[in-house]
Design a protein around this ligand. Structure first.
Ligand code: NAP
Length: 292
């Protein structure tokens, strides 16, 4: 088959030059010997061009598209069907073109769940969580933890309105207890001392803020007994080892960075696009290589 007849997959965003998705997906296509018939591209789509791009996606019959910042919410009004979980999160990061019907999915939440299972061996059922941030990524994390029966999620965001909105969305859909932490640190320390999993879903620690930690300089991770391990997951993956991950490990916690969530959300999207199990190891290696 000639290159021009390849079925097109891709990712849209603004900006998009930093994306690791083409490296991950093209490596997966190659590993499954699908690279002669499919290709994954990055498309720079500005907010004003989103509608035109969706028309092009339909007209040219692109197979599927991943969606990143700032389009995850805005794209929803252009789709024909949206899964229940994506509606719950209020964001779509994967679109499958099913013979002209555009179906929206969210694989960020399930990608996070796979990441904590594989990298931390952590099962959230019955566990207490502290979630730093209440933005888009935190919504995906909070909803998947609640869907998987976390006992409690204590949310901390500098924007208390966002904290309250996310807590309310969790409690109105699930049995999980949601606690709103005030934007001052005094209650946060107590909740971290008592939790099983601490998640950073703020951009603090991400390049160019790599000298910062969402916990500040405060010693908020007290040492624990061996039987009472604290698990820490930082959604940030640039740099690979954030200050929070360093603080956590030096306090004896088991910690992992956000690259695995990126890989698993991509792997789940790959399966939605192709109907095939994704070669996760190949995608992870490609993402790591593209980061260096
Ligand atoms: P977002 O929608 O902007 O949400 C971030 C939230 O954190 C905002 O509400 C922000 O408040 C709040 N915040 C900022 N500084 C804080 C602090 N010191 N303490 C508490 N809250 C604070 O961003 P997002 O899309 O959710 O992304 C968050 C991070 O996750 C980014 O670093 C992103 O790269 C990463 N991420 C990783 C993956 C992955 O696959 N690993 C996937 C998605 C996102 P303000 O708006 O008031 O500043």
């Amino acid at each position: 088959m000639r290159g021009t007849n390849k079925k097109i997959l891709g990712v849209i965003g603004d900006p998009i030059s930093h994306t690791l998705s083409p490296a991950m997906h093209n490596a997966a296509l190659k590993a499954l010997k699908l690279d002669a018939e499919m290709e994954y591209k990055a498309f720079h789509v500005k907010p004003g061009d989103l509608k035109n791009f969706i028309n092009t996606l339909r007209q040219k019959g692109y197979l599927g598209i991943n969606v990143t910042v700032p389009h995850k919410v805005a794209v929803m009004e252009h789709l024909d069907e949206i899964t229940k979980f994506a509606k719950l999160i209020g964001a779509v990061n994967t679109i499958k073109n099913e013979d002209g019907k555009l179906v929206g999915y969210n694989t960020d939440g399930p990608g996070f769940l796979e990441a904590i299972k594989h990298k931390l061996s952590f099962n959230p059922t019955g566990k207490k969580v502290v979630l730093l941030g209440a933005g888009g990524a935190a919504r995906a994390v909070g909803m998947i933890l609640a869907e998987n029966q976390a006992a409690q999620i204590a949310i901390f965001d500098i924007d208390e309105q966002k904290t309250e909105t996310l807590a309310q969305q969790i409690t109105s859909n699930f049995k999980t207890k949601a606690v709103c932490l005030p934007s001052k640190n005094n209650e946060l320390a107590g909740y971290i001392a008592d939790c099983d999993l601490l998640v950073n879903a703020t951009p603090i620690g991400m390049h160019p803020l790599e000298k910062a930690s969402p916990l500040g300089t405060l010693e908020l991770i007290p040492p624990r007994q061996a039987a009472d391990t604290l698990y820490v997951y930082d959604l940030v993956y640039v740099p690979k080892e954030t200050l929070l991950i360093q603080q956590a490990r030096s306090a004896g916690a088991i910690a992992a960075s956000g690259l695995s969530m990126l890989v698993y959300q991509g792997a789940l999207a790959f399966t939605i696009f192709t109907g095939l199990p994704a070669p996760v190891g190949v995608m992870e290696q490609a993402a790591e290589k593209a980061l260096t």
